[in-house]
Design a binder for this molecule. Structure first.
Ligand SMILES: O=C(O)CCC(=O)C(=O)O
Ligand SMILES: [Fe+2]
Length: 317
């Protein structure tokens, strides 16, 4: 019951165009890995640990700023980009206590809204540059998943054209999980409560402390440890519906560590949540008609209305 590791090398960033045979092999392996669990590790993607750890280190400087300064960059739910900004103690699972973490989200590259440029210009630059690297890798992943599902190679790309703008909710999230006092942990509280992601798929990078757990199709949670120089790729809710449940959006969580020495270690992670454009029409592909067509934004508003509270958000063709 392990999460498989797939070698993405031939399609990694900085490599020349992979051959059709190489692309087919990677896509076969990824789709096969998704049969039992909606998570797979990719190695040799062209994004190395060194780059990821640098983003985590620079993020820490932001998280260490006094609360009243971070508050100036807090997420504003009632605005065009409701995901962007700093969030303290978010709850990803409404039945539980809030998560023991703080995060900063970057969604729009074209707006400086909520950006701590004056307090921390290095943070701004490193997040923007990592957003772009993850975006490039995601485009390659989109091609490979399309191929593995027998779709046109630009099938997903054509629905994700506005990443980095206010017309697409794709988000880079840097998260900081502080040290924990066991006595102050509330009942059912976690570092990150059990949930599935909302969008198309997610790229997830953990620090060396690991800690993520993922639900196997048997219902049992299994460890998804840190593996050097890999990224975790997981299917999210929008792609599950779009694929008429062929691909499964897997629940995951980060519990409170059992070992006392791990409680004293802060934990960091960085995630890139890929979403279709707001106005992308999601008709179940492959000739399946399990769910009626819906736009990406309608799907988000229907299922995550607590985040998408406005009547309308920017769209254009
Ligand atoms: O921090 C992690 O490893 C997981 C975070 C996560 O799953 C999320 O923010 O959606
Ligand atoms: Fe998640």
């Amino acid at each position: 019951m392990n999460i498989e590791v797939v070698d993405f090398g031939a399609a990694g960033l900085g490599k020349p165009e992979p051959s059709a045979t190489e692309m087919e092999q990677i896509s076969r392996e990824i789709i096969r890995a998704f049969r039992d669990i909606g998570f797979v590790y990719l190695k040799n993607t062209g994004i190395e640990d060194q780059t990821v750890f640098r983003v985590m280190d620079i993020s820490k400087n932001f998280f260490q700023l006094p609360k009243d300064i971070k508050q100036q960059y807090a997420r504003i739910l009632d605005c065009e980009i409701p995901s962007q900004g700093w969030i303290e103690l978010e709850s990803l699972n409404s039945t539980n206590s809030e998560d023991l973490k703080e995060v900063f989200n970057l969604t729009s590259l074209s707006e400086s809204h909520n950006w701590p440029v004056d307090h921390d210009p290095e943070f701004t630059r490193s997040m923007e540059s990592f957003f772009k690297a993850c975006w490039q890798l995601s485009v390659r992943v989109m091609k490979i998943i399309a191929l593995g599902l027998g779709l046109e190679s630009d099938f997903f790309m054509s629905k994700h054209k506005k990443i980095g703008s206010n017309q697409n909710p794709t988000t880079l999230r840097t998260a900081y999980y502080p040290q924990i006092q066991r006595s102050s942990v509330k009942e059912n509280q976690m570092r990150c409560g059990e949930h599935s992601d909302y969008g198309t798929f997610t790229l997830l990078f953990q620090d060396k402390n690991g800690g993520l757990e993922v639900m196997h199709k048997s219902g049992q949670f299994i460890a998804a440890p840190y593996i050097p120089n890999t990224v975790l790729l997981n299917i999210a809710d929008t792609l599950q519906r779009w694929s008429a449940d062929t691909l499964i959006s897997t629940k995951h969580r980060v519990p409170i560590p059992q070992a006392d020495d791990m409680l004293n270690k802060p934990r960091r992670s960085v995630a890139f949540f890929v979403h279709p454009d707001h106005n992308a029409s999601l008709e179940c592909f492959g000739g399946l008609d399990k769910y009626s067509p819906i736009t990406s934004l309608q799907f988000l508003k229907k299922n995550y209305g607590n985040l998408f509270i406005r009547d309308s958000y920017p769209t254009s063709d």
